[in-house]
Design a protein around this ligand. Structure first.
Ligand SMILES: CC(C)(COP(=O)(O)OP(=O)(O)OC[C@H]1O[C@@H](n2cnc3c(N)ncnc32)[C@H](O)[C@@H]1OP(=O)(O)O)[C@@H](O)C(=O)NCCC(=O)NCCS
Length: 165
């Protein structure tokens, strides 16, 4: 049987120096800031590793967050308890190296984040993302996310919807 071409692991001492996703801000965060944020327990970070070369092909960060009930789109607000704020998981950053685009790595990383959020003992009802531009927003909308709140680029999808359960 052919082994899968990529595996997902927690970010550790992986070489990130050559990672390029097309956004200087995301590259810089991944190279210089992510490990510090992990140590301070403000995020977790997982990477997709090329099984053949061990290169980092992509990464995402995942943190706990909450959002005000009043910011939910009406179709979602009707399905949750009327608490002032609701617990969610935030995919703060997600990026795929330009050399690995279009091979479903972005989708696999997003789904991995959703599964980890769903499996956590810290309950969250939805995943939120902060799309940095129109391209990123289109990627998340393609995966079923819809806008919430008043700031541009904020998107949400309930975990039940994302997992089809
Ligand atoms: C957006 C990004 C993560 C996509 O990664 P990728 O691995 O190339 O995407 P995938 O191969 O997983 O795409 C899977 C599906 O999403 C679709 N898709 C990918 N990018 C898309 C986009 N910008 N808009 C709409 N759909 C998109 C693909 O057509 C594909 O659809 P299919 O499954 O129906 O065939 C990647 O382009 C990237 O890292 N961009 C720069 C950083 C960024 O914008 N991050 C977003 C959050 S800040």
């Amino acid at each position: 049987m052919t082994p899968p071409p990529f595996r997902i692991a927690r970010l550790a001492k992986h070489d990130r120096s050559g990672f390029r996703c097309g956004s200087e801000a995301l590259d810089r965060y991944f190279r210089t800031q992510a490990s510090q944020d992990i140590r301070k327990r403000v995020t977790s970070c997982h990477v997709a590793l090329d099984a053949a070369t061990h290169q980092v092909a992509g990464f995402y960060t995942l943190s706990a967050a909450d959002i005000p009930l009043t910011e939910l789109p009406s179709e979602l607000a009707g399905k949750v308890p009327r608490y002032p704020t609701l617990p969610v998981a935030r995919v703060g950053r997600l990026a795929v190296d330009e050399r690995y685009r279009g091979r479903k790595i972005g989708s696999v990383l997003l789904f991995d984040a959703v599964q980890r959020a769903a499996g956590s003992e810290v309950a969250v009802f939805a995943v939120v993302v902060d799309a940095k531009d129109a391209t990123a927003e289109a990627f998340y909308r393609h995966h079923g996310f819809t806008a919430y709140g008043s700031a541009p680029g904020l998107l949400i999808a309930p975990i039940k919807q994302l997992l089809g359960s």
